[in-house]
Design a protein around this ligand. Structure first.
Ligand code: CO
Length: 136
């Protein structure tokens, strides 16, 4: 079902500081900060060639990453995102297998403008998994 690893998301307490570390210490090609108010985060994309890193910082009230940063004040890996060709089919198959899809299970438009869902981390060894529909 899952295809390529689309990105690894890392929640950070200070986006400017984290971006500078990737650019200056790790020598990565970093993007510009993109505020995504509908997702409660500001994102910096880092292209590593075979995948992307997304640095996430809290934006506004009720950010979905706020509880994570409360538990992990110095930041940490928040989720991994795999590409799937047919999100509705994946959701149906996962639910039939007993996996929990977060929220009402209906895809939302993610940070890349494509439909995404998230799977319950307790069903996947403590890892929050995002599935993103990517056309052929
Ligand atoms: Co993501």
């Amino acid at each position: 079902m899952i295809g390529r690893l689309n990105h690894i998301a890392i929640a950070v307490p200070d986006l400017a500081a984290a971006t500078a570390k990737y650019r200056d210490q790790l020598g990565a090609q970093v993007g510009v900060p993109q505020p995504l108010p509908e997702h409660g985060v500001t994102v910096v994309f880092i292209d590593t060639g075979n995948t992307k890193i997304e640095l996430l910082e809290i934006l506004g009230e009720n950010s979905p990453i706020a509880p994570f940063l409360e538990k992990n004040p110095s930041g940490g890996m928040h989720h991994v995102c795999f590409e799937v060709p047919d999100l509705a089919a994946s959701v149906a198959q996962l639910r039939a297998s007993g996996a929990r899809v977060l929220g009402d299970g209906a895809p939302k438009i993610g940070a890349h403008g494509r439909p995404v869902v998230f799977l319950h981390p307790k069903d996947f060894d403590g890892t929050l998994i995002e599935l993103e529909e990517v056309g052929e």
